[in-house]
Design a protein around this ligand. Sequence first.
Ligand code: 5AD
Length: 500
Amino acid sequence: MPRYAITTFGCQMNVHDSERMHDVLRRAGYTEAGGPDEADVLVLNTCSVREKAEQKLRSEVGRLARWKRERGDRVLVVAGCVAQQEGERLLKQMRAIDVVVGPDNIPELPGLLGDLALGGLPVARTVFDVDAPRFLMASPTPGAGAQGGAPAAFVTIMKGCDERCSFCIVPYTRGPERYRPSDEIVAEIAALVAAGVREITLLGQTVNSYRDPLGALPRAPGASADDPDESEFAALLRRIAERVPGLARLRYTSPHPRHLTPSLIRAHAELAVLPRHVHLPVQSGSDRILRRMIRRYTRAEYVARTRALVEAVPGLTLSTDIIVGFPGETEDDFAATLSLVREVGYKGLFGFKYSRRPHTPALKLPDDVSEDVKGERLARLFEASEALLAAHLEGLVGTTQEVLVEGRDKQRGAGGTLWSGRTGRHEIVHIEGAGELDLLGEVVEVAIARANKHSLQAELTEAARAAARPRQRVGAGDAAGAEAARPARRVLPVIAAEGG
Ligand code: 5AD
């Protein structure tokens, strides 16, 4: 049986696409290899949102030429956004690549590999499914959570993007917006929850522009018929909350500020399943730059909407994405961004240096902020956001919080830390001294003991400790036996955005 490995770069959408590639390949009779060295087929699921991400693919393929030479029948697949962006050109530029497959063509991957095995030539398949959009479903393992034990799963509700932010390549690599029928979304979430998943993250490039192609959703409370920014996203959230009551947390990413409408704010106020955290990319705090970015909101509009959201949901925290050094960004523009970061009080921030991307409107503008200035602004931005996060985490010491336990901790050993998870506000919490308990997938109450730079240390409260299950032991005192009681969680190698 041929063996495959997948390496994932980039965003959650790519992580989700990699999961679906695992499903498609396994159904076609492939088995997962321990890593690229043991694989017959290696898939690189790529990102092209910034030039650096694209360069990563090119250097990775260069390195893999040797991997291919070691055995003549090895197959290298390039998937994801660079695949979509470059298509056949990749085959010409890099001879090591055998198959190029776009995000909408994942179901065709086994067929393409089959043709190749029969002696076919290298092939590129990058066609958008605009007429009949396909949304690949997770096939959950009962009792094990969606991803072999993981209590959190992604569900795609829309794909593509109709915005035209001038810096962004995504409309080119992911195509126009297509929405998934609401009943399919609800059915997938219900199946995941029945299999043990506790937290769902709804995915979409502009997730809150959602409209139901079936027209099956009633208008959400607070939705106005004549607001051009109104979507049916709030109605979808309400439908999920109502039909899947067993779901513990419902997150979404990434929303566009334009569609943070009164109906969505009201859903946050009324639905307990929505955690008190929203990631809302702002990109810049300067109106002049926002206009040049074609973001379609002003700083004042963004601030007013986030204020309304925080007023409706006290304690809600926000995180954001920011680009520094966009063409024409002056010191004053950047100062406006810094002041916005402080005004909104973000508790998390991804910052990026502007990078020119092919097929984007901003290519017309000279990339006139030097690398040095971009680097210096990024450092100042991180300094401001780290200070906000540190003060926030410090403020939580001594409180009790609810944590969804997502996994065993990598830092196991140090101070007896074993479990880690997130609060509803997305703060990362390491739980100490609970090694003998089985907490995976549980929402537990903890007392926050200390703040780290980016996370919290905590202990279970007495009540939570009394309610928790002991870990199952298969062989007496046998840690490996306890692990065997649950299927091991597959760890996807993710090379995430690293902030620059
Ligand atoms: N240059 C730098 N950052 C970019 N992003 C998107 N396009 C670019 C670009 N050309 C950032 C935005 C977006 C995040 C996913 O990546 O901040 O929200």
